[in-house]
Write a protein that binds this ligand. Structure first.
Ligand code: PGA
Length: 239
C-alpha cells in the first residue's frame, strides 16, 4: 500500500504568493499520495497544481448551508477546489469545543457531498495517564461513524489520523510502540488507512513510515518549510 503524506498548514501566515512559491519548489508527487490541508483562503490558489498535490480544507460545518456566520460548507470547499477535508482535529475539539456529535454531523455531510475526509482522533495526556486511551479513541470513532456503513466510508476514501493531543505541536512525538498499539486497535475495527500525527519531522519521518501499522503521516509545523516538505516527498517516493 502506498503511504500518505499530509501537511496541515493550520492558521499559518503564508500569503497566496508564498503558497505558490512553496509549490514551485516541490518535487512532483507522482503517483504517491501527497496532500496539503490549507487555510480556506489559499485553497483556490493552490488547487489544480501540476504537481498532483491534493489540496483540502481543515474544517467544515455539518450543515449544507444556513445562518452560520463565519463557517464554511462542504460545497464551498469543493467549489474552491478542495478534494478532502480534515474533521475533528484536536485543536478544534479542545480549543473550539467541537463535540463528537458535531463531528458525526460533519462526517455525514462530507459523505452526502462526496468530499473525502480525514477523521482525527486522539487522547489527552490526562486520558493517557489514567489509561483511558483506548476508550477515548473508541468513543471518538464510534460517535463519528455512528449510522455510517463501512461501504460508505470506503467509497469516499476516508482516512483516520491518530494524533495524541499531547504530541501535537510539542516536539514530543509518541513512542513507536504507543503508536503501533493504537493503530492496530483502530485497524481491528475499521478497514481504513490510519495515519499518525504529532510532532512528525524529518528525524522521525522514515522510522514512522517504515512501520507496517502506519499508513501515512499528518505533519503540522514541519510541513510549512518547502525544503523539509520536499525532502519528505522525496523520501516517500523512495520508500
Ligand atoms: P505538529 O501538528 O506536526 O505540528 O505536531 C500535527 C497536526 O496538528 O496535525
Amino acid at each position: 500500500m502506498k503511504k500518505i503524506l499530509i501537511g496541515n498548514w493550520k492558521m499559518c501566515d503564508k500569503s497566496a504568493l508564498d503558497a505558490l512559491h512553496f509549490l514551485k519548489d516541490l518535487p512532483s508527487a507522482q503517483k504517491k499520495d501527497v496532500r496539503i490541508a490549507a487555510p480556506f483562503t489559499l485553497i483556490r490558489e493552490m488547487a489544480g497544481n501540476s504537481l498532483k498535490i491534493r489540496i483540502g480544507g481543515q474544517n467544515m460545518h455539518s450543515f449544507g448551508e444556513g445562518a452560520f456566520t463565519g463557517e464554511i460548507s462542504a460545497k464551498m470547499l469543493r467549489e474552491a477546489g478542495a478534494d478532502f477535508v480534515l474533521l475533528g482535529h484536536s485543536e478544534r475539539r479542545h480549543l473550539l469545543g467541537e463535540t463528537n456529535e458535531f463531528i458525526q454531523g460533519k462526517v455525514e455531510r462530507a459523505l452526502v457531498e462526496g468530499l473525502s475526509f480525514v477523521l482525527c482522533v486522539g487522547e489527552t495526556l490526562e486520558e493517557r495517564e489514567s489509561e483511558e486511551t483506548f476508550d477515548v479513541i473508541q468513543s471518538q470513532l464510534e460517535s463519528a461513524f455512528d449510522g455510517i456503513s463501512d461501504d460508505q466510508l470506503e467509497s469516499c476514501h476516508a482516512l483516520i489520523a491518530y494524533e495524541p493531543v499531547w504530541a501535537i505541536g510539542t516536539g514530543k512525538s509518541a513512542e513507536m510502540d504507543q503508536i503501533v498499539r493504537v493503530h492496530e486497535f483502530i485497524k481491528s475495527k475499521y478497514d481504513l488507512p490510519v495515519l499518525y500525527g504529532g510532532s512528525v519531522n524529518l528525524e522521525n519521518f522514515e522510522k514512522l513510515l517504515g512501520s507496517r501499522s502506519i499508513d501515512g503521516v499528518l505533519v503540522g509545523g514541519a510541513s510549512l518549510g518547502a525544503a523539509t516538505f520536499s525532502q519528505m516527498i522525496q523520501l516517500l517516493r523512495e520508500g
